[in-house]
Ligand binder design. Structure first.
Ligand code: GDP
Ligand code: MG
Length: 163
């Protein structure tokens, strides 16, 4: 069975864009409006000679994030069962939010290895966000532009030792 890589992060950070980039097709809906990915989507991904199953999620989008039941349901929906590694995606352009920190805490309570991805890192505007992402405590973030296809080699380097 192929290794499974699950994409986790708050709404609008570019999870579905990254999913599409890794699958090489537009299987997931990308939108400026948070909440467009209604269910988990899986696809076959290839990164150089790495082949894996990639899972797009929207667990922090479907419910009012300010209510405890909403959060609990959301977290259940992004169950990491079967995942070999989680790509924790943050937005280098718009900075960290309390939800990023909450997702980070949740991921830390799980046993899956985490690769932190600072997406939207293209250009000058991404630089501060890449630096800020260190504070989440998952080590060096992989700077990426899912939209422009930049940083994919670094993502390979981060995934290769794990899967
Ligand atoms: P999701 O909610 O996390 O799945 O995010 P989406 O993939 O739907 O993307 C949300 C928005 O961010 C869309 O407008 C994308 O075009 C945009 N986006 C995604 N990746 C990048 C990137 O690398 N750079 C920039 N500037 N925008 C991006
Ligand atoms: Mg999405």
């Amino acid at each position: 069975m192929k290794p499974q890589v699950i994409i986790i992060g708050r709404p609008n950070v570019g999870k579905s864009t990254l999913f599409n980039r890794l699958v090489g097709k537009k299987l997931a809906l990308v939108d400026d409006q948070p909440g467009v990915t209604r269910d988990r989507r899986m696809g076959d991904a290839e990164l150089a000679n790495l082949q894996f199953t990639i899972v797009d999620t929207a667990g922090w989008e479907d419910e009012d994030p300010d209510t405890l039941p909403g959060r609990m349901r959301a977290q259940t929906e992004v169950s990491l069962e079967g995942a070999d590694v989680a790509l924790f995606v943050v937005d280098a352009r718009n900075g960290l939010t309390p939800l990023d920190e909450e997702i980070g805490r949740w991921l830390r309570s799980q046993s899956v290895p985490v690769v932190l991805v600072a997406n939207k890192a293209e250009g000058k505007q991404g630089e501060a966000g890449i630096f800020e992402a260190y504070s989440l405590g998952f080590g060096e973030p992989v700077p990426l532009s899912a939209e422009h296809g930049e940083g994919v080699a670094d993502l390979f380097d981060a995934l290769y030792p794990i899967i």
